[in-house]
Structures are given as C-alpha cells and as structure tokens.
Design a binder for this molecule. Sequence first.
Ligand SMILES: Cc1cc2nc3c(=O)[nH]c(=O)nc-3n(C[C@H](O)[C@H](O)[C@H](O)COP(=O)(O)O)c2cc1C
Length: 306
Amino acid sequence: MSLLWSHLPMAPSSSPLPGRLVILYSSQTGNAIDAAERVGREAEHGGCPAVEVLSTDSFNPSCLPDERFMIFIVSTMGQGDPPDSMKDFWKYLLRNHLGVRWLKGLHYAVFGLGDSSYRECNFPAIKLDQRIFDLGAKRITERGLGDDQHSLGYEGELDPWLLSLWKSLNRTNPSLLPRVSDASHRKLNILGDAKVEVIYYSAPQATDISDSKILIEKARSMSPALKCHNSIEPLHMLQMVTNQRLTKGDTDRDVRHFELEDWRSAISYQVGDVLEILPSQNPSLVDDFIKRCNLDPDCYITVRAK
Ligand SMILES: Cc1cc2nc3c(=O)[nH]c(=O)nc-3n(C[C@H](O)[C@H](O)[C@H](O)COP(=O)(O)O)c2cc1C
C-alpha cells in the first residue's frame, strides 16, 4: 500500500496506477486541506492501493483524462469565487475544445466547503461538479456541500457524505476499496502519525533561535494582558452599543456584529483605520496552566511540519 501526501508542486505520473485514487483540494485558509487529508486517511484505511492528496495547482489539468478515480474538495472565497489555487485549473476546464467525452474514463466526486450566510454559497464546487459531468465523467456519488453555519461546521455534511462515497466507490470498483467498512470506522488511531513536530529549546540552546526570540519578545510586549492586568483600567474604555447575532437558527456557532463607541472621544481615527481587539489571558491562569502541564516557562519551542 502506498500513500503519497504531497502539498508540494509535483507532476502527476504519466501512467497512473489502475488502483490509484487522486484527491485534489482547493483551499484558501486550510479547511479543505484538513478535509482532503481526512478523505485520504479514510481511503487508506479502506485498503486503497494508492492514494494521492494534492493541491489543485500542482495537478496538470491536461492529465485529467488519464485518471480513473478522483475526489475534489473545493472551498469558496470572495463572493462565490474559487480559491487562488483553483483559478488556472478552472480556466483550463472552461476551454471550448474539450468535448463531451473528454473525461469519459473518469469517476469522480465533489465536496464543497462554503457558508450559507453568503448568497453565492458553494458556487465553485457546484460549478466544478457540473462541468466535469458535462465533460463526460461519471459521478461516484452526488456532490456534498459543507456549510459553516452547521452546528458541526463543514464536518456536519462531510461525515454522511463520506459514508455514501465509500459505499458507492466500493460498488463501482471493489478492488479500489477492499476494506470498505474500515474506511468509515471512526477509530481513534485513524489520525495516524502527527504531521508536526515540537522542538523544545533549553536556555543555552535558545541561541539557535535568536531571531525567533526577538519576535517572541516583541509579541509579548504587545500583550494586552500585560497592560490590562498591570493597571486598573484598560488603555481605552469603549462602550458596546450594538451586539447583534449574525448566525441564524439554533446553530451553536455564534458570530456577532459589534459596534463600539468611544464615549470620551479619546481615540482619533480616519476612514480605513483598523481597530484590533486582542484577546487577553489572565497571567495567573497562564501560570497555573504551565504548572499543571509541568512546563518550563523559560523554555522556547518551535513547531515545524514533519
Ligand atoms: C473571505 C471569505 C469569503 C468567503 N466567501 C464565501 C462565499 O462567497 N460563499 C461561500 O459559500 N462561502 C464563503 N466563505 C466560507 C468558506 O468557503 C469556508 O469558511 C470554507 O470552510 C473555507 O475553506 P478553506 O479554509 O479551505 O479555504 C468565505 C470565507 C471567507 C474567509
């Protein structure tokens, strides 16, 4: 079994394996990557002989007819626009010379990530699904459309969609997913190995990260916690005059529109200025956490992709 995770540009292989499943993600802020990686992990657990998880901009669209099985995970940006990584791919698919049988050998499925509070909800996923179908490919299952407004976020739709995907894929080609029940089995170890590694630097070793230390000290000095907890009053006292919930229905997600008024008119600003409200932690609670986890407060850590 081989599982190739690649977020780096790479050319697709010229002669794809017959049992290969390609998962292409188009993401702007990372959710579609997480979703695609989960799809990849589940396919691997289902016994898929070769799984490739790729960003759309690292896949040459002219190679689409060479593929047999593909899953597209697509998010939405701007006003119903595709993420940047999908723009060239999408332009290619709109070319006139691609005929209605161009993708006749391809089986595919599309999952969209979007937000129903936008009018153009999930437009790129809906359009991509239709275009690939119009170019002759066969749907493995109906498209799924995730919604940020769902109480479980996009996963509220992804969970049932994956169950249906694996069942249909197994029906289409049993050798591609021989252990179909394992694919959707939510075992704890399905997460696999960690993709990041945390490195601890004791005080003498911290010279290795002197540049990062300067940045950290700068960020610490800006901490609102220092200002708020060291003086009786925060730097500016603002009055909240509007607090309106934007999320609809009984969802647990609580997104709000706030309006703040500076009743002493102490802050001057111009159109286009940005007000940054920084979250604050009570330093004594931070100390408690450090003690509870047996951490060294003077130790620096770096987190990097494995
Ligand atoms: C700036 C911005 C614009 C967005 N515009 C839309 C939109 O027009 N339609 C929609 O359905 N969702 C929209 N969304 C919601 C995203 O598609 C959703 O949060 C998705 O999970 C993001 O996935 P990604 O992190 O892989 O890019 C927007 C989100 C942001 C941050």
